[in-house]
Design a protein around this ligand. Structure first.
Ligand SMILES: [Zn+2]
Length: 287
């Protein structure tokens, strides 16, 4: 085992939003399956650091690739919920969300995941207007959500939400993703931002987050490391060609960046952070 560098005070809550982009685009089935090969790339980096992380998994993946989900559980990673079919919360509404969660939990159970304690909203769609989601998560037995970007980005965000981990009125912990720059903030450890920002900035902001006592929180997708993916228009970009071009930039450098950050922190599944740090009254608020 690798010693816990500086203890768990330097927690990196790295995660993969495990979804198949082909199921979100018209005619996606004509493109080659890429998810397994891409997950393997993440697993190689994690293995180099003897680290486990959280895979927020769409029900659709559990239905189509149960053996992939089983292998993640067997390797000690956390498999958490990313919705049944990756539908944003506003489109589901409260009742639709409850049904979607139940189906997603069934999908995960059938793929061998006994206990699911965490949730991430598709396209980070937990915003002020969909704040009702926390109560429904509590009702279905979830312990935490990591679904809020506490800033106003081009596509999503809840700028008034605290950047710290907070316990909501319904008892659910919300673990917001790391941002810098205040209300117009940048989720620098996530997706396209992680790939495109100069690494010196990413690393400096990463250190800043860890020094402040907050966990570093970010997410990537299988396609973020895929240098061989066929070109197509990605979903949820409003059809913008400029944004779509950015979806393909910087993918080749992601694993090397992760290697360098993993070496500087303790990478841990979210559920462990909740059990060890939040539920025990550990660091919640930070400067
Ligand atoms: Zn997603």
């Amino acid at each position: 085992m690798r010693p816990a560098v500086d203890g768990i005070g330097r927690a990196f809550l790295f995660s993969v939003d495990l979804e198949d982009v082909r199921s979100m685009i018209p005619d996606g089935a004509r493109h080659a399956p890429r998810v397994e090969a891409n997950v393997e790339r993440y697993l190689e980096v994690l293995a180099r650091h003897d680290a486990r992380c959280t895979f927020f998994t769409v029900g659709d993946i559990a239905r189509r690739s149960p053996e992939l989900v089983r292998s993640l559980v067997a390797a000690g990673h956390e498999v958490a919920c990313h919705g049944a079919d990756h539908v944003p919360l506003a489109r589901l509404g409260p009742d639709g969300f409850r049904d979607d969660l139940r189906r997603a939990l069934d999908d995960l159970a059938r793929a061998g995941v006994d206990r699911v304690s965490g949730f991430r909203a598709p396209v980070m769609s937990l915003v002020r207007e969909t704040g009702w989601a926390h109560e429904i998560l509590a009702e279905l037995g979830f312990a935490y959500s990591s679904s809020v970007v506490p800033a106003g980005t081009a596509l999503y965000g809840w700028p008034e939400h605290p950047a710290d981990c907070v316990r909501t009125a319904s008892g659910i912990w919300e673990i917001p993703v790391s941002v810098f720059g205040g209300r117009r903030g940048v989720p620098f450890l996530s997706g396209v931002y992680f790939r495109l920002l100069p690494f010196a900035i990413v690393r400096a902001r990463f250190e800043h987050a860890l020094r402040s006592g907050r966990p570093a929180v970010g997410y990537l997708h299988p396609y973020d490391v895929d240098t061989e993916q066929e070109r197509f228009m990605h979903p949820e970009l409003g059809g913008s060609r400029v944004l779509n071009r950015l979806m393909y930039v910087g993918r080749g450098g992601v694993c090397a960046r992760l290697d360098r950050l993993f070496a500087r922190a303790t990478v841990m599944p979210y559920r462990d952070f909740v059990a060890q740090r939040l539920a025990t009254g550990g660091v919640v608020h930070a400067a």
